[in-house]
Design a protein around this ligand. Structure first.
Ligand code: NDP
Ligand code: MG
Length: 394
């Protein structure tokens, strides 16, 4: 990779190219084709979208789940790239010696092995896949250190914190002079509606996020504040802080994307539009900067920036996450897995909204902690938590 005078020459591996983070990344690549080349891309079910991406950007390598996907994809392609399969294929793309930067944007546990592989291979990793940290933060941070990788958080809050840390900071190091980290939280669609009966909320209401446009699962997580809980756990691993040093504050305008409070009373933050292309552009260009095709924030239009405490009585998620982070890796896995199952049931109309966090609480109490020293143990713990949920909720 070459830097200097704003010029970059990056070979990018985009894992999860057909998703929402993938689309924002590709949008940036369209206007930065002179400096960032799409070396490889992966997709899973949306094979016609994957073909369209491939025909436009001409990556040398493509990953698909299996052989039938190759048969489906190949006739749609206007050139002959190298196509690799399954988890091993994703790992191969992430470790390719020609790749210097990896965007890890696969959803869920499926993204773990390739993210870990990129870390072991010492790549610069733009990390969107939060589950990689929540389920295997210890392992991932060890791999980052051992492989000499550079981790750049894409999640907007963590990206804001990273940008507010001293130049030269690397994720996993402790932060000199830190008092605490502040994650900002929009409060979700049900903030300030104490009269609302949470048991009656429909998936459509829960998915109507006030500030960000996102997928259904993450929108429900925002409404329950489980997303903020997951982000608290993410922050502990990324910035090497105990859970007691991570605070959450409701900031309905979502202009300040998070803050770092230093020991001397200084608060440093990053402000911007609610558009994922901003943190993505930061991670693609770092340590340089590049245009993100977004509208600049008009400071004169910011009428008033509000901050409120989280209503922990109605939304227990943040404190449950704190408990999980304090208990260790396997509790974090349980937190994530039971939440995913409960959200799926809620979206299918089979579980009341207010019971999502109740199930996570029950799961944390019922399932004993287990040592997680390798990826297979993390996956086994995840599977056990899901089996527990299905058995208990049947
Ligand atoms: P999407 O669901 O839009 O995209 C997920 C991507 O992963 C798609 O490319 C999908 O392929 C692929 N994928 C899904 N399942 C598998 C699998 N089993 N094996 C391989 N690939 C798979 O998710 P988002 O882009 O919204 O999010 C990606 C990650 O970033 C998540 O971890 C999320 O929490 C995190 N994130 C997202 C934010 C956002 O604003 N969207 C903000 C902060 C973090 P296909 O579509 O072809 O099936
Ligand atoms: Mg976020």
């Amino acid at each position: 990779m070459r830097y200097g005078g704003g010029f970059l020459s990056t070979q990018l591996c985009l894992l999860g190219g057909t998703g929402s983070i993938g689309a924002s990344t590709l949008d940036l690549l369209r206007t930065h084709s002179d400096s960032i080349r799409l070396h490889s891309v992966s997709g899973h079910r949306q094979l016609s979208s994957l073909a369209a991406i491939a025909n436009e950007f001409r990556p040398a390598r493509i990953a698909v789940p299996d052989a039938p996907s190759v048969d489906q994809l190949t006739p749609l392609l206007q050139y002959r790239p190298d196509i690799v399969l399954g988890e091993a294929g994703l790992v191969e793309l992430a470790q390719d010696p020609e790749v210097d930067r990896v965007m890890a944007a696969i959803m869920g546990a499926a993204g773990l092995p390739s993210t870990l592989a990129a870390a072991q291979a010492g790549k610069t990793i733009a990390l969107a896949n939060k589950e990689a940290l929540v389920m295997s933060g210890d392992l991932l941070m060890q791999a980052v250190q051992a492989g000499g990788a550079m981790l750049l958080p894409v999640d907007s809050e963590h990206n804001a914190i990273f940008q507010s840390l001293p130049t030269g900071y690397r994720c996993g190091q402790s932060v000199a002079g830190l008092a605490q980290l502040w994650l900002t939280c929009s409060g979700g669609p049900f903030r300030n509606q104490p009269e609302l009966d949470l048991s009656q909320i429909t998936p459509e209401q829960a998915c109507a996020h006030p500030n960000w446009s996102m997928g259904r699962k993450i929108s429900v997580d925002s409404a329950t504040l489980m997303n903020k809980g997951l982000e608290l756990i993410e922050a502990c691993y990324l910035f090497n802080v105990p859970a007691r040093q991570v605070q959450v504050v409701v900031h309905p305008q979502s202009v300040i994307h998070s803050l770092v409070e230093y020991r001397d009373g200084s608060f440093i933050s990053q402000l911007g539009q609610t558009d994922m292309r901003i943190p993505i552009a930061h991670t693609l260009a770092w340590p340089d900067r590049m245009a993100s095709n977004t509208q600049a924030l008009d400071l004169t239009q910011l009428q008033d920036l509000q901050f409120e405490p989280v209503d922990n009585e109605r939304f227990a998620s943040v404190e449950l996450a704190r408990q999980a982070a304090q208990a260790g890796q396997s509790a974090c896995i349980v937190f994530n897995a039971v939440n995913e199952c409960a959200v799926a049931d809620f979206l299918a109309g089979q579980l009341p909204f207010d019971q999502i966090t109740q199930w996570v609480d029950r799961g944390l109490q019922a399932l004993a902690s287990a040592p997680i020293t390798e990826i297979q143990q993390a996956i086994a713990c995840d599977v056990a938590a899901r089996e527990w949920y299905f058995k208990e909720s049947a």
